[in-house]
Design a protein around this ligand. Sequence first.
Ligand code: GLA
Length: 588
Amino acid sequence: MHEFRVGEDDFELDGRPLRLLSGALHYFRVHESQWGHRLAMLRAMGLNCVETYVPWNLHEPRPGEYRDLDALGRFLDAAHEAGLWAIVRPGPYICAEWENGGLPHWITGPLGPRARTRDAVYGAAVARWFAALLPQVVARQVDRGGPVLMVQVENEYGSYGSDARYLAQLRDLLLDLGVSVPLFTSDGPEDHMLTGGGVPGVLATANFGSGARAAFATLRGHRPKGPLMCMEFWCGWFDHWGAGHAVREPGDAAEALREILECGASVNLYMAHGGTSFGGWAGANRAGELHDGRLLPDVTSYDYDAPIDEYGRPTPKFFAFREVLAAYAEEPPPGLPPAPPSLGAPVFAPVRDRVPLAEVLAALGGPETEGPLPPSFEELDVDRGLVRYTVRVPGPRQPYPLSAPGLRDRAVVYVDGRRAGVLTEEQPVLPEPVAGPAEVELWTESLGRVGYGPRTGEPKGATGGLRHERQFLHGVRARGLRLDAFDAAERVRALPFTAAPGDGAAGLYRASAEIRGAGDARLRLPGWTRGFVWVNGFCLGRYWSLGPQDSLYVPGPVLREGACEVWVLELEEAGTAVELSGVSGPGS
Ligand code: GLA
């Protein structure tokens, strides 16, 4: 048992100053069998602490229905075993380039921007969630012999709102539920963020990627006393579909880290190891200074250009950081753990059979609804996945433009069964006008809910209705397909698969990969367009030929010797085979 406290200048553990050299690692972005390896890598870099968020929407898919609530506790136990302290950031909002910033779609759907405020309905949902989650944390606090040193209140709240009453309620809730270690907030080092996001009497920390001296000076303007900590030192960055791959030069990052430590501050590397947004949980941003512009969906990889890459390998940044950290650590770091095994022989697996998308929807989709206007994804209870809207254009009538203004995010459109184009938020009008009568289907996808800024939690779907010329097309049938429907592998295997005709049509395709020497692998989908892929029932995430990501990480523990089953849910234009290859060489 230990006592950890926030002193006047330093953190104190059992009365002695302790500098936190922490690294972010999200347990939900790393296959559980690999937690031990990744935590050992953090130690080998010279860190003494690990930090994780907790994604509410992952653990409470439907109100009051919990999934794998113990995962956080198991991770904290693994951290303890690895000899690391732990910082927990339970949200309820986490940002983190995660779907909806971690908020469940069933709360932001009905509440919109009343989430993350003092709103009573939101508050009751948070209270229920925290009551379910917090025992995992409380039992593992440092004053009870566990690794947990600190717990965060909300996340960068000052970048979003100014509801001080909401933050105070959250603080009180955490205290009522038994949090006895110090609480803290974290915000950008700007006056409006620190004043909007701080809670009187609770430690404030700052998030930034460089310029530690100036950032801490701003923080000191608000908090003259207390230990300094950069809670998110952005040593890399994340990628968006359709944009370049973000890289931060190791030397530059190491110098920025040195500056933080020279200020006498503690640090949390964001990310030490980013991992992967498996399961289609990657979120999205909105472009522009005020984060209100174009949709920028996040890629599946959360490599983050972090010191430990997506494959768990040390990069040059790892070694540069290790050198900087060595000067501040109490003891020399342990050596690197053995690298995880890599796939032996590469595998080329042609698709064997497929089920057309309409039949997948018929078997795994939710109930079909009918109403005057298209319902949102939220109204159909679809978090990740797609919705098919079906509408009739009355006739006879001459051709007019068909549109879905306010579409979020993307729809492949069929008119009388023939593909007629792809609609997006920017291009919500079909290229060719449509004559009536006609039957129109819009296979609409969410590309990830926005997780940062004023548009956080905005709904998905044909939010502005469907129109022919100026006329609303009323009488819309809608049916949702949640990605978690594929968790039931027996139901997927029972679908009416038939030999793939090679026409590239959207559907669920199946391939069998003969594995010799199971281990970490890279999956490529040459010739495929966009969708989701599973290996032995484990969802690797979204793929998209748009790039920059051109392959998906397959954690070794997902593979096994012999035949491995690959499912590809292609939503636009299918390829004919998938490729698996081993992972060689150091990270870059
Ligand atoms: C903010 C958030 C994090 C993450 C980073 C960017 O600091 O608090 O959750 O989104 O931005 O990666």
